[in-house]
Design a protein. Structure first.
Length: 457
């Protein structure tokens, strides 16, 4: 009995030891399988952070569509510039080994996306030239012909975001100042109206319904009276949501008595953001445009993000109007100043004076020069930022070989030579077309560069 007892005890102990060893082996296997998973996950996360840029553009239209990157000048000779460069380039692909030509090309696309400038394609300038064609004696579309009366309506954003800082005041302060200067310079014979939207409630969810139905014609369409207009402007206080569609529908009612056959109706929509209400600003704009008011609609984005730019551009597109994005008070004043030029042309037409329309060709040459100069400045800045960064990463951070550096520098030169040639070609074409009458010039420009859009005057 004793021997049997000891035998059973020994067998039990051996079994327990075996189980313990098996559990230990399982734990070791589990640890071995878990740790690599964590490493793989970390590697995948790091790989996900690697910058991948879009393919290089093949036209100015594609160039314009590229998302904007860091456009400020970087001085890699100073500590601040070095730190900024290190941060901007920390997730570029690794080419410290022996990369292929294809890998270097992908690297260039990536670094270009970091420093991408916000180029303007030909569409922006064509819109501007088309707007300036209002009143041209050769224009065929009645909408753009001068009529006996001119009515200028401003639809101003009064949502809560207009309280954001701008210069020494707020965006609303800047807008009020710009609008004041604009209406004071209008001809006495012109009527002016001012409608605001989003000026009731707050930005809280509970106030959405109230705010999205808030739009008021604070200065009825009538001759300008400085005291009354300034008093009306006091109602423009930033408050709630952004009902762009509702405001456009109400603006159509404002102008219902001013039919397009006897009135040149010009509307300026100013917004600092996307519509935040459950309305359809695109459809509202199209309905307004197709009405017997036949308004000329122009849209100004005041320091808006990319999403808002897209929506505001669509509003301009469906109304065959112009869209401009301004980043500060000065930009807003400049855009409204263009409207004063049109009003001045109308006054001269109305009184049968000569001079303004005959200066159209000269004005166009100036616009073409300014446009080309602006794009050239962006081209120079982008090329230098990329070139300096490549040299910095090679010489001071040892992130690439000399062969890789030289290849990328040459690719940078070739790419920006292409951009320069495209804009030079566009400038030459614009100046050549400008020798035609203005209506024919606009037609040719749109056929060449905006062939996928609807016919415009």
């Amino acid at each position: 009995m004793h021997i049997r007892h000891y035998f059973l005890v020994a067998l039990l102990m051996a079994f327990l030891v075996g189980c313990s060893q098996e559990d230990a082996d399982k734990e070791e296997v589990t640890a071995q399988t878990e740790n690599p998973s964590e490493e793989i996950s970390e590697e995948k996360e790091a790989a996900d952070d690697v910058i991948v840029g879009p393919p290089l553009p093949t036209s100015l239209e594609e160039l314009e569509d590229l998302p904007k990157g860091h456009t400020e000048y970087l001085n890699t000779l100073e500590d601040e510039g070095k730190q900024a460069t290190d941060e901007l380039t920390k997730n570029l692909p690794d080419i410290s080994g022996n990369p292929t030509t294809e890998e270097l090309d992908r690297y260039y696309e990536a670094i270009l996306s970091v420093f991408q400038e916000d180029y303007e394609g030909p569409g922006d300038l064509i819109e501007q030239l088309k707007y300036q064609a209002i009143g041209d004696p050769d224009i065929e579309d009645p909408r753009y012909q001068f009529k006996e009366n001119m009515n200028v309506t401003i639809i101003l954003d009064a949502s809560g975001s207009m309280a954001n800082p701008e210069g020494s005041g707020t965006r609303m302060d800047a807008a009020k100042n710009a609008i004041n200067e604009f209406v004071k310079a209008l001809p006495e014979e012109a009527n002016v109206g001012l409608r605001i939207y989003g000026h009731e409630g707050t930005g809280k969810v509970g106030d959405q319904a109230l705010s999205c139905k808030s739009s008021e014609l604070i200065y009825p369409i009538s001759p300008y009276d400085e005291a009354a207009f300034n008093e009306a402007l006091k109602k423009a206080t930033p408050a709630g949501w952004t009902p762009i569609g509702y405001a456009l529908n109400e603006a159509q009612k404002d102008l219902a008595a001013f039919k397009g056959d006897k009135n040149t109706n010009i509307i300026y929509l100013v917004s600092d953001g996307i519509s935040t209400c459950e309305d359809d600003p695109i459809e509202a704009a199209k309905t307004l445009y197709d009405s017997d008011i036949t308004p000329i609609v122009n849209v100004i984005g005041f320091n808006v993000d990319q999403e808002a730019q897209k929506q505001l551009q669509e509003i301009a597109d469906v109304t065959e109007g112009s869209y401009e994005n301004v980043t500060d008070a000065q930009g807003l004043e400049e855009e409204l100043r263009k409207a004063n030029d049109i009003a001045f042309k109308w006054k001269q037409w109305k009184t049968r004076e000569e001079g303004s329309i005959n200066l159209q060709q000269t004005d166009n040459y100036l616009d073409i020069f300014v446009y080309h100069s602006q794009q050239y400045g962006k081209w120079v800045n982008e090329r230098q930022n990329i070139g300096f960064t490549l040299t910095y990463l090679y010489q001071q951070r040892d992130k690439m070989s000399k062969e890789s550096h030289d290849y990328l520098k040459e690719k940078n030169r070739e790419y920006h030579d292409w951009i320069e040639q495209e804009y030079d070609k566009l400038r030459d074409e614009l100046e050549g077309i400008n020798d035609l009458n203005h209506a024919e010039a606009i037609k040719q420009l749109e056929e060449k560069y905006l062939s996928n859009t609807a016919d415009t005057p």
